[in-house]
Design a protein around this ligand. Structure first.
Ligand code: SMO
Length: 722
């Protein structure tokens, strides 16, 4: 197998003496994933299987459940009538004027996407439930479906005219009348989060106490608890949600899904514990997808190469229902633009439309990649058009370090960072000047070589998080946090942070998370927030506890707080890479990759390193190979990992030079910024720029993601000059 050499500076070099405390259980197969929960003590465990719609859009004329009910082992077959009145959970109102569909959890009269649940079968075994589901007869009348970005299709919901659910508009100054220096049109296909553990739930209703226990594979246990309670018509205190180990999430588990709520209702009705484990195919079919955006932009420079104006139009496909954070990608992309650059005029319009497909939710980056990819493409294209070096053009137009932090004319607050330093350091490590000269001097042979760079700023770590800290009688401490984990190593980093603040060894600190019965209500693990915000809450709790102890409080003494920050931390970074594209096959190969990242104050450099490299692999997958495909009838063509390409170790570049250039965030007490999403932001933008740089001499002016060998080959062989 190919291996990747990673050159990291001492800031991010993994330190073998600082092992992750989570790893002992994870490496021994003792992780607390939903599918790993011991069920031997759960008498009468039932297994759940959903029957799903085979049509993208159809009327349900009739349904026959009795044959399935008569099958061996079947405990219950529940259809739309059993879930009447239940609605999709609430949506975060991030944008003004959002048009929210009133969507039933299991509609009785129609289906709006392939994969939408139409019945739930509960049986003694999963196999029995599956076999019985196949005997359910549904009479469908097929109807025309609305594809992503289709503006002419019929409305999915009467309350969302034109299917236009989300809108955003920003205007600063005015746009010039003259022709733009550069324009770009980019499509980001739907992608799948593809976590190691697909969605899963284990639920137990206790009739004597009227309480629900739910093990859920979720990033947001506290919100899940509220949504489950709402669906059951009970108080949140009657629900416990447990999610201690979550096998990856990447945004795909930040929402409560129809299935979760249907299962809770079924558990109470059946009076037996039940378990549902989604298959990989179900995750691809009926989980949330990411990206699904079309970006249009124009950039104007003056004669001196100063950026004058940006015009951007961003379209997002939304699918057939809105998950909690449905508006986050559009909102993020719109408010980030124009990114790291100072210019006097910009106009950004965003629109999100429903379609007969799986919902689109947040996915590692959530709108940040869109903003970065569009802006960085425009900058490179403008540089090419005007004959300016792209590095020089960036250096001439970024905010200088002493101008930050500041509030921009759009009201967006930009955190402290040193953008010129990021560019210059990356250029040094990449040997930019020499490499450019070599590229120009080398005649094209079997390979076309391109150099691409991307600079990004990414808002993260906003809002608040909870912490409860107890000084135990035996001299140890117990931290319970509302932040959760999906593999990042939260227990390790909080223990380390707290040990530093309290002046004890990390081993003296127990960290509890991901259990609403043992932890204070909080937000969870998303939006690159848990160290910046959750960590700041932890530090504040440590201060308060020490003060209480200094004032003579007795052991065990507890402090509990919910800590808010006014502003948002912004991470930043610069990626430079060299790409070789094989003339004969279009096969792309990264031959050099430099990434300088500013994640603010680093609590656990070794975990930061892991997040950066992991994010880079995910960003590489999206940029080069991943794409969810629907056909013209709304049928999913990429329903398995045989059809949906994920990156493997051998797809990683041979060498990565990773360096941290931290500046302290001005937004939170800890000075930390986010790190989890950065790898999906700069890398795809730099790859797109490098591919354009390589193929521009052939007359290629339009490339789309994923930049697969086939796509690059087609571009090379259909352009005018080849
Ligand atoms: S896309 Mo993230 O889990 O906010």
């Amino acid at each position: 197998m190919a291996s990747t050499e990673i050159h990291a500076d001492p800031h991010t070099e993994p330190q073998p003496d600082l092992l992750r405390r989570e790893d002992a259980r994870l490496l021994r197969g003792q992780g607390g994933f939903v599918a790993n929960q011991p069920t031997a003590q759960m008498a009468g465990l039932a297994h759940a299987v959903f029957l799903r719609s085979p049509h993208a859009h159809a009327r349900i004329l009739g349904m026959e459940l009795d044959a399935a009910r008569a099958e061996p082992g079947v405990l219950a077959v529940l259809g739309p009538a059993d879930f009447a009145g239940l609605q999709q959970p609430r949506v975060n109102g991030l944008l003004p004027g959002m048009k929210l569909p009133q969507a039933a959890l299991m509609p009785a009269d129609r289906v709006l996407a392939v994969g939408a649940p139409v019945a739930l079968v509960l049986a003694e075994t999963r196999q029995q439930a599956q076999a019985a589901a196949e005997l359910i007869w549904v009479d469908y009348q097929d109807l025309p479906s609305v594809a992503d970005f289709d503006r002419s299709g019929a409305d999915l919901y009467a309350e969302v005219p034109g299917n236009l659910a989300l809108r955003s508009e920003t205007r600063v100054g005015s746009l010039p009348a003259g022709e733009a220096s550069a324009s770009a049109q980019i499509e980001l296909p739907r992608v799948a989060a593809a976590p190691l553990e697909p969605r899963a739930a284990l639920m137990r209703w206790d009739a004597s106490t009227q309480t629900l226990q739910a093990w859920l594979s979720t990033q947001t246990p506290s919100r899940a608890r509220e949504d489950l309670a709402h669906a059951l018509g009970i108080a949140p205190e009657q629900v416990q949600v447990v999610a201690t180990d979550v096998g990856g999430a990447f945004g795909g588990k930040a929402s409560v899904f129809a299935e979760d709520l249907l299962l809770a209702v079924a558990a109470r009705r059946l009076q037996r514990p039940l378990r549902w484990l989604a298959t990989r195919g179900e995750d691809l079919l009926a989980g949330t997808h990411g990206r699904a955006s079309r970006l249009l932009g124009r950039l104007w420079l003056d004669d001196a190469g100063r950026m004058q104006a940006l015009d951007a139009q961003l379209e997002f496909a939304l699918g057939h229902w809105l998950p909690f954070s449905a508006a986050a990608p559009l909102r993020n992309a719109c408010r980030i633009l124009p990114g790291p650059y100072r210019l006097p005029n910009w106009q950004v319009q965003g629109e999100g439309r429903l379609s007969h497909a799986a919902a689109v939710g947040i996915y590692r980056g959530a709108g940040r990649p869109e903003a970065c990819i569009l802006m960085e493409r425009l900058v490179d294209e403008a540089a090419r058009q005007q004959g300016i070096d792209p590095l020089a053009l960036r250096l001439a137009n970024v905010w200088p370090a002493d101008a930050l932090p500041r509030r921009l004319a759009s009201e967006v607050w930009l955190d402290r960072c040193d953008l010129p330093a990021l560019l210059k350091r990356a250029a040094t490590l990449f040997d930019y000047t020499q490499r450019r000269a070599r590229q120009r001097q080398t005649p094209d042979g079997d390979f076309l070589t391109g150099i691409g760079m991307a600079l990004y700023v990414e808002p993260c770590g906003q809002g608040g998080e909870s912490a409860r800290l107890t000084a135990l009688a035996d001299g140890r401490y117990q931290l319970a946090t509302g932040a959760t984990a999906q593999g990042q190593g939260r227990e390790t980093s909080y223990a380390k942070l707290l040990a530093g603040a309290l002046g004890c060894a990390p081993a003296q600190i127990e960290v509890l998370h991901g259990d609403t019965a043992r932890c204070p209500a909080g937000i969870g693990a998303l939006a690159s927030r848990s160290t910046a915000i959750g960590g700041s809450a932890v530090l504040k709790a440590a201060e308060q506890l020490q003060q209480r102890l200094a004032e003579g409080a007795a052991l065990p003494c507890t402090v509990e707080l919910f800590h808010h920050t006014a502003e948002e931390a912004w991470a930043s970074g610069c990626v430079m890479l060299e790409l070789q594209i094989a003339r004969a096959t279009g096969q792309p190969r990264i031959t050099e990759l430099v990434w300088v990242d500013d994640a603010g104050v680093l609590v656990s450099p070794e975990l930061v390193h892991g997040q950066l490299v992991g994010g880079l692999a995910q960003g590489l997958g999206q940029a080069l190979m991943e794409r969810i495909v629907y056909d013209a009838n709304g049928q999913l063509l990429t329903g398995s990992l045989m059809d949906y390409a994920l990156p493997r170790a051998e797809d990683m570049p041979p060498r990565i030079t990773l360096e941290s250039l931290p500046t302290r965030s001005a937004a939170n007490e800890l000075g930390a910024k986010g790190v989890g999403e950065a790898g999906c932001i700069g890398l795809p933008a730099a790859l797109l720029n490098a591919a354009h740089d390589a193929l521009a001499p052939l007359g290629v002016s339009q490339l789309d993601f994923p930049l697969s060998a086939a796509a690059l080959w087609r571009a090379m062989n259909s352009s005018s000059s080849s």
